[in-house]
Design a protein around this ligand. Structure first.
Ligand code: FES
Length: 118
């Protein structure tokens, strides 16, 4: 309980190189930390306007799917292939399907690197 409370005040920033290699309308997956020890898998997305966004790859439909890397549907929708739900990369809101929103993280692009805070 105390660790969950303290976690609210801790923020970690991860720096990922290669921001200039992520094209508009594309997504790429990174692993942060050990997946078995509370690590996260994050989908880095670039919208058609060139903005970057970060979503947790865990699909909020909660039936075991993950948001896919590769081309974004329509240039700005992350896709979970398990039931073909689509999520707006800007907000995480489900666009096609019925479930809660995908988890989003703060992301900035500086000097060719992604700076992701979670
Ligand atoms: S688990 Fe992702 S759409 Fe169903």
């Amino acid at each position: 309980m105390l660790s969950k409370f303290l976690k609210l005040f801790r923020k970690a920033t991860v720096v990922v190189p290669g921001a200039d290699k992520l094209a508009k309308g594309e997504a790429r997956t990174i692993q942060v930390g050990d997946g078995l020890a509370g690590g996260k898998q994050i989908l880095l997305c670039r919208s058609p306007e060139g903005q970057v966004y970060a979503l947790d790859t865990h699909c909020p439909h909660d039936e075991g799917g993950k948001l896919l890397a590769g081309p974004l549907f329509g240039g700005d929708k992350a896709v979970c292939p398990l039931h073909n739900f689509h999520f707006d990369v800007r907000t995480g809101k489900v666009d096609k399907g019925t479930c809660k929103s995908a988890i989003t993280y703060n992301i900035k692009e500086k000097n060719g690197e992604f700076h992701i805070t979670f």
